[in-house]
Design a binder for this molecule. Sequence first.
Ligand code: ZN
Length: 134
Amino acid sequence: MGSLRWGGDLLGELLDLCVREKVKLGRVEAIGSVQRARLGCYHQKSREYRHFALNEPLEISSLIGNISLKDGQPFVHAHVNLSDARGKTFGGHLASGTIVFACEYTIEAFGGMELTRVHDKRTGLHLWRGDDDR
Ligand code: ZN
């Protein structure tokens, strides 16, 4: 558990922590606030993330995600809900470009097994290899 530095990139800081602490499998959650945000939504037909920017201070009302391996390196996949001064909430897939104002995180590392993301033809996403793929 800890806090992220002011002005850091939220996703990048979480990833750096996992690399530094050698977290290969785990879960992450965080609360706090951001100076601005960039989120994505996966467009299933075109098979690409479409990003949008929220250029205002927002509360991190909820951030939840997981840590696994992609190309042999830790990979953080996180979704976030952000709320404005009136409580209006925006949400999506956390992308780089979301800038920390203040953030308290918890990362829980799991030992034992490893999960690796591999390209999935059906979705175009990098997913965990499932039982039906073996
Ligand atoms: Zn996602």
